[in-house]
Design a protein around this ligand. Structure first.
Ligand code: HEC
Ligand code: HEC
Length: 352
């Protein structure tokens, strides 16, 4: 019933648009628009933050987008979430080892891509924040990032007639905007950042045109043989914390141990997804590698021993690592490029 009346409305609106050619279609009225990420990709597992937890709604999603791109969330009104998380690089910060936050203060870790957050058990390189709704409190209050308090953010939102109207439209009522409403609205946007339309996805879902070249398929075979114990499944991460042999000691950043305080976790970091990896250089938690070629060099011959090095990376031979021939590397690079999702990076609904 509901969908047939929607179709009728769509038909009415679109024909009306055809006759009155001078009239610009009003984006808010067209019922064809769907909140991005509402269709869960059938090559992905069940999400952690299911659609029912915060049902996608256009007005709420657009409010979340406005918040994501609003520098008023920072103390000085100069830094938004989108300052560090840029759509063109899958919401990473391409070209920056560390990112500039407030007053040009430099952060301590490389900005990860924001994608498929619905599927994450926890967030950050160390898995500290566990909840997609409350995690924005970390960057908002971080003195190197936005350096603001939740109270001040709410004060600014409540002083803004436009936000008052939009929050009332989404949450009803006339009470002031509160932290629950603010965090729920922001999560409408972050949860919508689904990247699932790369060439690899079309191949994996046997969709029309979903064809990979010989080199790409050979790269996929190498990946499955040598990498997917960690970069697992169609999310290309098993969400575990591992030490992949970057350092002998971890004086600056102990990784997962920062949260667990366990020596056994020192130097372990969240296995990042490989989706859109061709767009997100530089690489690793500290952005130490500028190219994927450098990353593959690291796996083949750059690794160092340490107490928590992942046992899978020990090998008989010159030292720890994963041996990759020149041809395997070339094929891997070809395959990794198929994980680029241009629909995601060009989706105007996700843009500022
Ligand atoms: C100054 C740059 C900066 C700003 C501003 C910023 N972030 Fe981030 N973001 C980062 C960095 C760096 C990390 C990685 C932090 C870590 O691992 O400790 C990160 C991590 C994240 C993650 C975790 C991704 C994952 O896969 O684990 C999410 C989600 C996120 N940010 C959302 C936001 C939101 C929402 C805002 C705005 C409220 C925001 N960020 C503002 C730099 C920034
Ligand atoms: C033992 C688990 C493990 C295996 C096996 C593994 N990786 Fe990783 N990979 C990781 C971890 C952990 C990180 C992040 C390390 C850090 O930043 O401290 C990572 C990071 C990366 C990155 C950087 C991504 C980014 O966004 O910064 C790339 C690219 C990568 N791996 C590719 C590969 C390839 C290709 C293979 C197979 C040749 C492979 N990995 C095998 C655990 C693994």
């Amino acid at each position: 019933m509901k969908s047939s009346s929607l179709i009728a409305l769509w038909f009415f609106v679109s024909t009306a648009g055809l006759v009155t050619t001078s009239c610009q279609p009003d984006a808010d009225v067209l019922p064809t628009k769907e909140v991005p990420g509402t269709q869960l990709p059938n090559n992905f597992p069940a999400p952690v933050y299911g659609l029912e937890k915060n049902p996608p709604m256009q007005a709420a999603f657009e409010l979340g987008r406005a918040l994501f791109y609003d520098p008023q969330l920072s103390r000085t009104g100069t830094v938004s979430c989108g300052s560090c998380h840029q759509q063109a690089s899958a919401f990473a910060n391409a070209g920056h080892r560390m990112s500039e936050g407030i007053d040009s203060r430099l952060g301590t870790r490389n900005v990860p891509a924001l994608q498929n957050l619905r599927w994450k058990l926890n967030f950050f390189w160390d898995g500290g924040p566990k909840n997609i709704e409350t995690m924005p409190l970390a960057p908002i209050t971080n003195p190197l990032e936005m350096d603001e308090t939740l109270d001040n953010v709410l004060r600014k939102l409540n002083a803004n007639a436009n936000y008052q109207r939009r929050f009332a439209q989404v949450f009803g009522g006339s009470s002031p905007i509160d932290s629950y409403q603010f965090l729920r609205a922001l999560a409408q946007f972050t949860a919508a950042l689904t990247s699932s339309n790369s060439r690899y996805d079309h191949y994996a879902r046997h969709e029309a045109g979903g064809v990979l070249t010989g080199a790409e398929l050979r790269g996929l075979a190498v990946l499955r043989q040598k990498c997917t114990n960690c970069h697992a499944g169609d999310l290309f991460t098993d969400e575990s914390f591992r030490n992949n042999g970057l350092d002998r000691h971890f004086p600056l950043d102990s990784g997962r141990a920062h949260i667990t305080r366990s020596r056994l976790d020192a130097g372990r970091f969240k296995v990042p997804s490989l989706r859109n990896v061709a767009l997100t250089a530089p690489y690793m938690h500290d952005g130490r590698f500028n190219t994927l070629t450098e990353v593959l060099d690291h796996y083949d011959h750059g690794m160092v021993e340490s107490a928590t090095l992942d046992p899978q990376l020990r090998r008989s031979g010159p030292g720890p690592g994963i041996s990759l021939s020149a041809e395997e590397r070339q094929n891997l690079l070809a395959f990794l490029a198929t994980l680029t999702d241009e629909q995601f990076t060009n989706n105007s609904q996700l843009a500022e």
